[in-house]
Design a protein around this ligand. Structure first.
Ligand SMILES: [Zn+2]
Length: 246
């Protein structure tokens, strides 16, 4: 075989592979469009994919409107009372009996019930998890996004999820919120980024867990805590002064 024909054969084999891979990608794209989007008479692959995202947004908006989610009033209600039955019933998926540690790369820095040196009248109603700004925050359990905004004083960008058993988790001081009100999220889905918005002196997630409207210590529910819960200690505050906020 001449060198030229060997090169030609090699090139044509590569070209066959290229065609094969591209066909597979197009088929995968079409399949995805078909499985998630309503059929469209004019639908090409990109149209179907875009309409699926739009359809998802429409569903979330309709759910939010129907249940009155996303308002500051709703946020306050969910931080003080059990969610209404109609909201619980709209949640897809499992319960919040077991929780996923919400920042895989984050470290426990302050526990539930910690008493601040200043503002002693405000006990710490959550768990602080320190991580760099932009670190992903994952949903601790399957849930429905009930609030995603910065209208609650002190918390900065705040996300509130309602879970199927009526439990509520909240994620404060976020850098960015990645989900929409009315959207259903699965346990482990990225929902926000760690930040330092609101009253906060350094990037961390302030995570709260509630049942029947009451804040509870979530530490025993976590499947894989990064660190064993420590008794809330002044030593932690002394060594990590910049987490001495909410
Ligand atoms: Zn906190």
């Amino acid at each position: 075989m001449s060198r030229a024909s060997a090169i030609f054969q090699l090139t044509s084999r590569k070209a066959t592979w290229l065609v094969f891979v591209m066909t597979a990608l197009v088929v995968a794209d079409l399949t995805r469009g078909v499985s998630t989007a309503a059929p469209r008479s004019d639908g090409g692959a990109s149209n179907s994919t875009r309409s699926a995202a739009e359809a998802g947004d429409d569903v979330a908006t309709a759910v939010a409107r129907k249940l009155g989610l996303g308002t500051r009033k709703m946020a306050s209600a969910l931080l003080t009372r059990a969610p209404a039955r109609e909201i619980r019933n709209a949640v897809h998926g499992g319960t919040a009996k077991r929780l996923l540690w919400p920042v895989e790369q984050g470290n426990f820095v302050r526990g539930f019930g910690y008493v601040r040196k200043v503002r002693r009248e405000l006990p710490h109603l959550g768990v602080d998890i320190a991580a760099r700004t932009g670190t992903p925050i994952n949903a601790a359990a399957d849930g429905l996004v009930a609030y995603a905004d910065d209208g609650v004083k002190g918390f900065g960008n705040l996300l509130i999820l309602v879970h199927g058993d009526g439990a509520v988790t909240s994620y404060a001081h976020c850098n960015r919120l990645l989900v929409r009100v009315g959207e259903s999220v699965s346990r482990g889905a990225p929902v926000a980024e760690v930040g330092s918005t609101g009253i906060s002196k350094g990037p961390h997630l302030h995570f709260e867990f509630r049942t029947r409207g009451k804040p509870r210590n979530p530490m025993k529910r976590f499947d894989r805590p990064k660190q064993e819960p420590k008794a809330p200690s002044l030593a932690v505050a002394a060594f990590v002064p910049h987490y001495a906020a909410l």
